[in-house]
Design a protein around this ligand. Structure first.
Ligand code: FAD
Length: 651
């Protein structure tokens, strides 16, 4: 609009006028400006000489700059300079107009009262007979409101980027229009890569009816929420809690869908673990109750059979009674098995050297398993003694080995290894079933097909089996776990599809003088020299035990219960803090976000990241290249102290 006025002004000014002596032209231009720009009330006009000294301003210029005409005339435009634009911007303005060309751009200016305003500015040079600019006319329009809107959007976008959640906007055909930093972190795609892509194709493993139904629901009702299984860039599956809101235009027509996704994969895993534990407990109670009643049913039957045998003389009837007796006995045995898993087994406890037991099992296995299954073992000379029921331990180990054999019908290898280990308070607080102390760990590994996570999570459930109905009752592993628990121990399972499976039985070692000394020698660990360590974890008990351990071993400790507190403490004690030990999974601001914030404050900050996630979930974290060490939870004091010593080692 303004340039149009200007062009008309120039067109209506004859060439003769333009080539008038400068003084006359200056006057006529001013008059022209007054007349022409008075027509457009919004035009902000100024005329300067070739150095930029103002010699004309219209009323609108005075109004927006809040300077009087007297204050402006004879001044350079610097009077309204806001210091917002880089020198390069101004240099470009000047080189353009000084070479006789029109310059157009958006400038942020400062008014007399210090407030800022934005103007869309066109500067037209007027050339003298030698073709040199001797006047500049600047015509502007006020664009402050639009710019504020833009600034607000930028601020909001920056805020959206701070969010831990993935925030995305999609059009009604599911094409991604907006993708915040949270989405980059959760899915691994950058905004550039994701924008324009179809959300269904990018984030789902396969087309899902749920996704389509949700799309229809949000268009119909304006909102939708639910859990969705999605995939990340690296192919890992995640579960998100998703909230969709329909966005409408001024006329109320739907234009897009705002989606906020929270990654709840880890939460779901924990929930599943908890539910499993509860289910096991209730199945145990139920099975125990039924078994008890069945015993009451079987006892009179057994007694009646004995009575009948005394009275019956004919051979045929005695045969039938024998069938009844052996079946009732089998039933009784089955009940005992169920009871042993449900209640835990008392058994006899004797001091037992696991080496003998393992050697015996290896001998039996070598005699009975097909030659295609290779058996090996590895036992240290100084293996500690455990207090155990030999028959039950035999049963547990045999059960694991038979499972391994069944998993490898084509052959493979089974290895049994035993070792001494010391689990400290740190480990115990992080592992639900573990207690601190000295343990003998017996590991049975196979090279079978491994188990996918969904099977792994159920193997200790009673009656769960992947074997043929005739081959397995589904009680083997649940009984093994009950037996190990009744010995004060626990079982860790590690299995990878196509690679194999490993069961580690942790059985408490007997408190003999030798074992205690051996355990104590493990406490001979690297010590700190008063270095300050910032420990970040949302679990109070972990913060406390870690503080206790570190202080005992010569470190000073600061603790924070979440990322924001950690960043605050780091800002305060930055020069003192030697290492930050942070959990990866915390509410509000999680480990990766905390690490990024700390790295912004100090790119050389030393970080140890602790995580309870399994290897498959580490992919996202691994992108945090600057993390010095990953500690997997639960960790022992020994692992922690060695990790610290490693990080603090002068490089
Ligand atoms: P400066 O040092 O003045 O400028 C930075 C660079 O620009 C210099 O290094 C040099 O390369 C170049 N430059 C500066 N002055 C000249 C010159 N006279 N001749 C050739 N090159 C030069 N500024 C605003 O902030 N807001 C405005 O609305 C605005 N409107 C203008 C309208 C007109 C018609 C003209 C001619 C100039 C306008 N300016 C405006 C520019 C203003 O005169 C200042 O140059 C600018 O404010 C930057 O000032 P500075 O002291 O930060 O940097």
């Amino acid at each position: 609009m303004i340039s149009q006025y200007l062009m008309t002004a120039i067109n209506t000014t004859s060439l003769d006028t333009l080539l008038l002596p400068e003084e006359a032209l200056q006057r006529s231009l001013k008059e022209l400006a007054d007349i022409k720009f008075a027509l457009d009330e919004s035009a902000i006009v100024a005329i300067t000489d070739q150095r930029g000294i103002i010699n004309y301003v219209n009323d609108k210029f005075c109004e927006i700059s809040k300077y009087s005409r007297e204050e402006l005339l004879g001044q350079d435009h610097r009077i309204i300079n806001s210091d917002y634009h880089p020198k390069e911007f101004i240099r470009n303005l000047w080189t353009t107009i000084a070479s006789g060309k029109v310059w157009r751009g958006e400038i942020k200016n400062r008014a007399k009262d210090g407030s800022y305003y934005w103007v869309d500015t066109t500067i037209v040079p007027f050339l003298n007979a030698e073709g040199k600019p001797y006047q500049y006319i600047a015509i502007r329009s006020d664009i402050t409101e639009r710019k504020r809107g833009e600034e607000q959007i930028l601020e909001q976008a920056a805020l959206l980027d701070q969010a831990q959640d993935a925030i995305l906007v999609r059009d009604l055909e599911q094409n991604i229009l907006f993708w915040n930093k949270g989405a980059e972190r959760i899915y691994g795609w950058t905004a550039e890569e994701a924008t324009g892509k179809n959300a269904g194709e990018l984030l789902l493993k396969e087309p899902s009816a749920q996704f389509e139904n949700a799309r229809q629901a949000v268009i119909l009702k304006g909102e939708w929420s639910g859990e969705i299984h999605q995939i990340r860039r690296d192919g890992a599956e995640i579960i998100v809690e998703s909230r969709w809101t329909l966005v409408r235009d001024d006329q109320g027509a739907p234009t897009s869908i705002l989606v906020i996704n929270t990654d709840i994969t880890e939460k779901k895993l924990m929930e599943a673990q908890f539910l499993r534990a509860q289910r096991m407990e209730s199945i145990g109670t139920l099975a125990g109750g039924i078994a008890h009643d069945l015993n009451n049913v079987l006892s009179p039957i057994m007694m009646a059979i004995d009575m009948l045998r005394l009275k019956t003389t004919d051979e045929a009837s005695r045969k039938w009674l024998e069938v009844l007796r052996s079946n009732a006995e089998r039933g009784g045995n089955m009940v005992r098995q169920v009871l042993s898993f449900a209640r835990g087994v008392e058994g006899e406890r004797v001091a037992l050297q696991p080496k003998h037991l393992i050697k015996e099992i290896v001998k039996i296995l070598r005699e009975t398993l097909p030659k295609s299954v290779e058996i090996s073992y590895d036992l240290p000379d100084d293996l500690w003694i455990i207090s155990a029921d030999a028959t039950q331990m035999h049963q547990v180990l045999m059960n694991l080995c038979v499972n391994a054999r069944d998993a490898m019908p084509e052959g493979g290898s089974i290895s049994i290894k035993a070792e001494n280990t010391f689990l400290d308070e740190s480990y115990a607080r992080m592992h639900i079933e573990a207690k601190a102390g000295l343990f003998v760990v017996i590991t049975v590994s196979d090279t079978g097909p491994g188990m996918p996570p969904e099977i792994q999570s159920r193997i200790f459930e009673p009656f769960f089996t992947t074997k043929d109905m005739t081959k397995g009752t589904g009680l083997g592993l649940s009984t093994a776990l009950t037996i190990v628990k009744s010995h004060g121990g626990f079982i860790n399972v590690y299995s990878e599809v196509h690679k194999g499976t490993q069961f580690a039985l942790y059985i408490p070692a007997l408190d003999a003088p030798g074992t205690v000394e051996a355990g104590a020698s493990q406490m001979d660990l690297p010590r700190g020299k008063g270095e300050l360590i910032l420990v970040v974890d949302d679990e109070k008990s972990i913060r406390e035990i870690t503080r206790g351990t570190l202080e005992t071993f010569g470190y000073r400790v600061l603790t924070a219960s979440d990322g924001t507190e950690a960043v605050g403490l780091y800002a305060e004690h930055r020069s003192e803090i030697a290492v930050v030990l942070t959990d990866m999974l915390m509410p509000f601001m999680d480990g990766p976000a905390t690490i990024r914030a700390l790295q912004k404050m100090n790119p050389r900050v030393k970080i140890i990241a602790a995580s309870g996630l399994t290897a498959g979930h580490k992919a996202g974290e691994a992108s945090l290249e600057d993390v010095k060490i990953f500690l997997s939870k639960p960790y022992t004091a020994e692992k922690l102290l060695k990790a610290l010593a490693e990080v603090l080692k002068p490089s």
